[in-house]
Design a protein around this ligand. Sequence first.
Ligand code: ZN
Length: 512
Amino acid sequence: MRRALTAAIAALTVTTAGTVVTGTPGQAALPGWGRPKPAAATPTPGSPGLGDSYFPDYGNGGYDVGHYDIRLRYEPATDRLSGTTTILATATQDLSRFNLDFLLGVESVRVNGWPATFAREGVHELAVTAPRPILKGQQLTVVVKYAGIPSETLVQGYTGWTRVADGALAVNEPESAWWWFPSNDHPKDKATWDISVSVPTGVEVISNGVQPRDPLPEAGNRTRWSWRSVKPGATYQAFLAIGQYDIVTDTAPNGQPVVNAYSTTLGERGPAARASIERTAEVVDWESGLFGPYPFEAQGGVAGPVDGIGFALETQSRPVYGHSFWRRGANVSVVVHENAHQWFGDSVSVADWRNIWLNEGFASYAEWLWSEEQGEGTAQELFDFTYASYPADSEFWQVLPGDPGAGDIFADAVYDRGAMALHQLRLAVGDEAFFRILPAWTAEHRYGNGTIAQFQALAERISGRDLDAVFTTWLFTAGRPEVATAARGTLAAPAQPKSWAEIQEAHRLLQH
Ligand SMILES: [Zn+2]
């Protein structure tokens, strides 16, 4: 994610009311589904969260989702969203009940065809009790029918669903799915998904991945758009952009489909958006050379409308960009940033949100590498500039990129000091090792999760060096680290060449 406006996003700290287990003594004695029930085990509720250290009630325990089929109907005139999500999952324990994360009004839930009871608990928990106990290893098909007005469904006054004049954007981090499909909403439970949305004919719907079929006319002058993601992704990577868009399709150098979409509301910012997003395939090609094979099945980008989001998000295979990024002209840096996340954040996701540096530090450093590649300032020059930009007594240095806290996962330090930390790692291990560490990391954790400790261990293994001092100093220690003048670049802060100083200023204006 790159923020364009200061108040764009607040990480929500939501607490769930204590979950009361409604024990049904007779339930455990009922025959299980599909195979005999072990005599000793008593089904228990799946936990209402996955124990994330920042957002403990995000996600749910007791099952693992393999696929979401999200079939929706949307009315831009009223923001009414209705539909059915079918979840294919596997039970990971004997379950008396389990939770989904969801906010809209639920009409019915069925589990393997059987009507289930359900209850709202806390802010975003939907507790589902099936009429029969669920056994560990059992395949689950959970069908949830629902409807609501996402823009009016508020949590602490906030909605992650952005209604705009001609449609809506379902784009947010770390909470997004709550407003449009029931899920196990934590990056630790990755799944594939199919998304289809029926809208009035003439409205476009863009989402992740590929289109398994052309938009299909439906009764009532409507059209159903279908999108498919075939590689596992985190729930917050799924997105919808609904409205008036010009769609540009092409083929990337690696043979993959490219789908770019531009809101027709962009006006004079439209050419700058196109001059940036149309370079996506070039950027992905360059990043593939640094980070390893591109992990997803399609590429592209969405330039959102002028009344839309104030940030950009690395939605899987197709980032979505707020209009502010084009206000000073083309901005390829943000395209570099969001597409770097396809490796760092999307394919390799945080195991716990406290590891957000693995996303933002790397995507920010990718911008420095791009600058270096383009001859617009080396990473060392950008390090020096950024280091000098924050006085030693700045609050900036008090946020630890390696453990920023739930309210600061998108703080400047995670991005800027995060990139500085990677540059210090590069200096410590040398370019040869550094540029082996990056693709090794994306290969070892492809379509999975990672922690900072795992990354440090990998970097130490490849470089053969003890890197504890680098990681401790740059990620886990408050205050501005001392940097020996000799270890820094030749450019002192006041003497930057104008070209990249201007570029960096543009970055900064956009990010803050
Ligand atoms: Zn980012």
